[in-house]
Design a protein around this ligand. Structure first.
Ligand SMILES: [Zn+2]
Length: 93
């Protein structure tokens, strides 16, 4: 069966692998937080996104359209967060 975007699902991480890093960035548990894909409008929990390692970072893709929702790259002194693929991220108070 052909993948829509040709991505290799064998490179997928357990969503929990990204959860620890998201907790470090936001200081709160994010896996149950809702988000919306900017590409196809699918809404769901961050923990339901498809997590991949690509190069030096972690990539979270939409489970509906497989476009990139969130990218996280860590360097020795900083964390870069690219969330342009998300309409919003919700952080509970
Ligand atoms: Zn999508």
């Amino acid at each position: 069966m052909e993948e829509k975007t040709g991505i290799d699902r064998e490179l997928m991480l357990d969503a929990n692998a990204a959860a620890g890093l998201l907790y470090e960035i936001f200081g709160t548990e994010m896996t149950a937080s809702p988000t919306e894909c900017a590409h196809c409008g699918q809404e769901g929990e961050i923990g339901a996104l498809l997590a991949f390692t690509q190069g030096p970072g972690i990539v979270l893709r939409c489970s509906g359209c497989e476009n990139v929702v969130i990218r996280i790259v860590q360097t020795p002194d900083a964390i870069y967060l690219d969330a342009r693929g998300a309409v919003y991220l919700r952080l509970a108070r």
